[in-house]
Design a protein around this ligand. Structure first.
Ligand SMILES: C[S@@+](CC[C@H](N)C(=O)[O-])C[C@H]1O[C@@H](n2cnc3c(N)ncnc32)[C@H](O)[C@@H]1O
Length: 287
């Protein structure tokens, strides 16, 4: 009989079918670690078969990741609604003021610092909305940049307006932030190094701190002292908690009664970054 049919359709026991089965058994083990075997794959079909298996694996992985993210998103949304009732989801309905702020954000990441080094637009929007929702007047960002700008804009819209303590350790970035704030920001605030911030008698009993300092070791070591700078009921927003070092550092620094809120739904961004919030219940001072 002329060989018109594919190898898997050949009669079992025929010479070519036996030879193919031997090679495909090996192929099955190579590809799937012995979990199954495939009969009758021609050598020239192996690449196609490999590509198909690989594509299926990738599709299954993406599906699992999508499903896990969806569950995480829903859980986080519930937490945010419980902890910050009335806070809009991100981005949700964007106000005219927020649209104007986004234009500044695009300009900042286009001309001052790239998006991956800047707080995400999602977390900036969250901070702005939280300040307005809870009328938070005494706020701080540790790790300056666009976050300093967004917080100054947010407190400027309160009546009476608030004040922002922005912290920057790097002299070059301090200069860049200062220039950007001078040219564009409304609202009152001060830009200082971490030592001055820690020594500043005004920088205590704060309503909100956004902690995004460069240098992860330094950032993690500051969690206890940063938490102690908040008034009872004040909120710490810790960025980049997708990094295990940051997340575990923050969780280690918590005191009894501190409430953790997963901000994944409101703050996750295109780089996979997101934030956690801590609502402080006690006013224990760290050394
Ligand atoms: C994660 S960034 C802080 C971003 C800031 N919160 C913002 O919203 O723009 C941490 C630190 O990295 C430094 N930094 C910011 N942009 C940078 C850049 N493009 N290259 C190098 N360092 C940068 C600054 O010292 C900054 O405080």
């Amino acid at each position: 009989m002329p060989e018109l049919c594919p190898s898997w359709a050949r009669p079992i026991g025929s010479r070519s079918a036996r030879a193919d089965t031997r090679s495909s058994l090996k192929e099955g083990r190579d590809l799937m670690g012995g979990s199954f075997c495939v009969q009758g794959i021609e050598p020239h079909q192996r690449d196609t078969f490999r590509a198909m298996v690989e594509a299926l694996r990738r599709a299954a992985w993406r599906l699992r990741r999508w499903y896990a993210q969806r569950r995480r998103y829903r859980g986080s949304l519930r937490e945010v609604r419980r902890a910050f009732p009335g806070l809009p989801v991100t981005p949700g309905v964007v106000s005219e003021e927020e649209k104007a702020l986004e234009v500044f954000y695009r300009r900042y990441v286009g001309s001052v610092s790239p998006a991956h080094m800047t707080a995400s637009w999602e977390v900036c929007l969250f901070l702005h909305r939280l300040v307005r929702l809870e009328s938070l007047r005494r706020v701080s960002d540790i790790g300056s940049g666009f976050s300093s700008f967004i917080l100054r804009s947010a407190v400027a819209g309160l009546s009476p307006p608030g004040f922002v303590h922005s912290v920057e350790n790097d002299p070059e970035w301090k200069e860049r932030t200062a220039q950007f704030l001078d040219s564009d920001a409304s609202g009152r605030g001060a830009l200082m190094g971490i030592e001055r911030f820690l020594a500043d008698p005004q920088a205590v009993d704060l309503d909100l701190i956004f902690h995004d300092l460069g240098g992860l070791d330094k950032r993690v070591s500051l969690f206890p002292v940063v938490l102690s700078r908040l008034r009872p009921g004040g909120v710490l927003v810790a960025d980049d908690v997708h990094k295990p070092q940051v997340r575990s550092g923050l969780l280690r620094a918590l005191r009894p009664g501190d409430e953790v809120v997963d901000l994944f739904a409101n703050t996750h961004d295109a780089f996979g970054r997101h934030s956690l919030a801590v609502r402080v219940r006690s006013s224990v001072r760290a050394r």
